[in-house]
Design a protein around this ligand. Structure first.
Ligand code: ADP
Length: 640
């Protein structure tokens, strides 16, 4: 933090308490500069952001009051958000009677950004057509107030505290903070509107914005009677602008697609279209209501190591937590939304709730419904591909850790392969298996086109045997765990030991007439072994190769080369588990020619071939200088 505290020397010490002046954290200052100077379109969303914060603050207090009812003070616990207009004063005030903020929280929450998302926000906004909509997603919604206001005053008193505080800023570098007497519990944000933002002082405009963006907010958003007597729109009654009932408790038929979407934007802090909306009420052994969304785009923290779910749990409309372990399976952590149950106890800690057997039942129920819906949507492959491209890698974690639903998950999983351009299922694969083919063949790696052209798949392609191309890191882990699909085992093509003779494929690979005489090849193998020594585990004749002279494969049962590389990248030593076998293609002219050379020339050729196989595999050449020297020498001879 770069906060600098100075005491306002001029402040009369008796009447007004001291005012601290502080600078914004550098990131906040940058963000504000962008908000103030570059974001002009769709400015109305500031209201959505402030109402959303106010609603969260009320949720937080309601939850805290479950264990400490004194926090509600004398109020009955009726929460509401009020909008007050002062047209002559050109201010709009948004107030809530929620949890409020104390001195330190005001500084931390409205002067710094704890989350690392800001830099990414700045980048994203810089790249896209200044899409201000992104602002809420990055946890910086409050600052959108400065799109419409040239000064913002926040008066807040934390529930249970005696002292209230005034935070004030013009959004240009810093803010002041001072004690404020007679402050109501909660937060009151007064926006001093810019001259070009007076449209937001019009009641009809506010009505419209609230209806559009905040109708689903479960608390009433009330427009207070307008102070200015001369105003034509003056009304003496407070007016509730939203429906103020929890959207998920409404009947499906009473909610429009647009309202679902707005609600999704609110709960998920997201701004894409929901790819899927699931709204249902479970009745019977356990009762709960779920309103869940599958986003179209990947949320930012999808691959965060904590693998947290963000579905919000409510118990009888009281918000409990959006970080509850056990509500959602981890492989469905991209799902957003709300679950509300009256069968869970209200008065227990989050930790105890986490271990409540009811929660597990809800999780099972949700997974069942979601997978059922996915199955239906998978009937339209193009549509399903959108889901799979975004969330397939996370979904596949379920293959690894969700034993009970493995078969269902395998049916829903999609793959790329050597036979199709798009995505396919395992069912498709099995349907296309050749006579005599017993295994489902796959290859793992980082890059699709490298895999497709890999020498290891040549023989399979020549036989017309389909190979799954697996490029997600998780693939290395689920494949060995799953073991089989419909009784067919998964087998890596990058592993030695495929018996091609049993497979009745398109026979291009079986033609042996071009091969070098068997004795020659045997002798060559011995010479290569002697030259390459420990650099390889073995040298063998390959029947997988058609166009390439050599390739490296893992020894049967050994660790795949791709996995070994991944482990190395993470600083681990795969050690002896990694045994590489050099396979040679006896039909290849180059290999045939090797039979006629000896000594230093054969030695160099052998080392070059091994390095070439490494390169094709995506491995680093261990001694690049020696490799380059040998290559140059060969080129020189060839060009002579
Ligand atoms: P976000 O809401 O995504 O965390 P914001 O910039 O909108 O980001 O707000 C920052 C933080 O300030 C909030 O997380 C919350 O702790 C606090 N805050 C904002 N508005 C209020 C409010 N009306 N009452 C209490 N706390 C608030």
């Amino acid at each position: 933090m770069t906060n600098k505290t100075t005491v306002d020397e001029n402040a009369p010490k008796t009447e007004s308490p001291k005012t601290e002046t502080r600078e914004f954290q550098a990131e906040v200052a940058k963000l504000l500069d962008l908000v103030v100077h570059s974001l002009y379109s769709n400015r109305e969303i500031f209201l959505r952001e402030l109402i959303s914060n106010a609603s969260d603050a009320c949720d937080k207090l309601r939850y805290a009051a479950l264990t400490d009812s004194k926090l509600l003070e004398d109020a009955s616990g009726d929460f509401a958000i009020h909008l007050s207009l002062d047209k002559p004063g050109k201010t709009l005030t948004i107030s809530d009677n929620g949890i409020g903020m104390n001195h330190d929280e005001l500084i931390a929450n409205l002067g710094t950004i704890a989350k690392s998302g800001t830099a990414e926000f700045l980048k994203a906004v810089g790249d896209s057509k200044k899409d201000v909509n992104l602002i809420g997603q990055f946890g910086v919604g409050f600052y959108s107030a400065f799109m419409v206001a040239d000064k913002v005053d926040v008066v807040s008193r934390k529930a249970g505290d005696a002292k209230g505080w005034l935070w004030s800023s013009d959004g240009k570098g810093g803010f002041t903070i001072s004690e404020q007497a007679d402050t109501q519990r909660g937060t009151r944000i007064t926006l001093h509107m810019k001259d070009d933002a007076t449209e937001f002082l019009e009641p009809h405009r506010l009505r419209n914005i609230v209806k559009t963006y905040s109708d689903h907010i479960a608390l009433p958003v009330v427009l207070d009677p307008i102070a200015d007597e001369k105003d034509a729109e003056k009304s003496s009654d407070a007016e509730t602008l939203n429906s103020a009932s929890a959207l998920w408790m409404r009947a499906k038929s009473d909610v429009t697609a647009e309202q679902y979407k707005e609600f999704y934007h609110h709960v998920a802090h997201a701004f894409d279209e929901p790819w899927h909306t699931l709204h249902y009420r479970a009745e019977g052994a356990i009762e709960y209501t779920a309103l869940l969304f599958i986003p179209t785009q990947k949320p930012m923290d999808l691959f965060h190591p904590e693998r947290k779910s963000h579905v919000k749990l409510y118990v009888n409309r009281v918000f409990i937590s959006d970080q509850l372990d056990g509500l959602m399976p981890r492989y469905l952590r991209f799902v957003r939304g709300v679950v509300d149950s009256s069968d869970l106890p209200l008065n227990v800690s989050r930790e105890m709730l986490q271990n409540n057997p009811m929660l597990k039942k809800i999780q099972t129920g949700i997974a069942k419904r979601l997978l059922g819906d996915l199955k239906k949507r998978a009937e339209k492959p193009e549509d399903y591909a959108v889901f799979w491209e975004a969330f397939g890698p996370v979904f596949k974690e379920g293959l690894y850790e969700e034993f009970e639903r493995r078969d269902e998950l395998l049916e829903l999983a999609r793959f790329k392969s050597t036979s199709v351009d798009g995505l396919m299922s395992l069912k498709d694969y099995v349907g296309r298996m050749k006579e005599g083919q017993e295994a489902i063949y796959y290859i793992t790696g980082d890059n699709l086109s490298v895999l497709k052209n890999s020498p290891q798949v040549e023989g399979f392609l020549a036989k017309g045997v389909e190979v799954l191309l697996l490029t997600d890191p998780i693939d290395e882990f689920w494949v060995p765990t799953v073991g089989t699909y419909e009784g067919k085992s998964f087998k890596s093509v990058a592993e030695a030991g495929t018996d091609f003779t049993k497979i009745k494929g398109d026979d291009k690979a079986e033609d042996k007439k071009d091969e070098a005489p068997a004795e020659d090849t045997k002798a060559l193998i011995e010479k290569l072994k002697a030259t390459l020594g420990d650099a390889v585990a073995d040298v063998r004749v390959s029947d997988r190769l058609t166009g390439s002279p050599v390739c490296l494969v893992a020894d049967a049962g050994g660790m795949s080369l791709h996995l070994a590389r991944m482990l190395k990248q993470h600083g681990e030593n795969p050690g002896a588990a990694l045994r590489k076998v050099l396979e040679i293609n006896p039909k290849h002219t180059l290999i045939k020619r090797l039979n006629s050379i000896d000594g230093a020339a054969l030695n160099d050729a052998a080392l070059l071939l091994l390095d070439q196989a490494r390169i094709v595999e995506g491995e680093a050449v261990p001694d690049p200088a020696a490799f380059a020297k040998r290559l140059s020498a060969f080129l020189e001879k060839g060009l002579a």
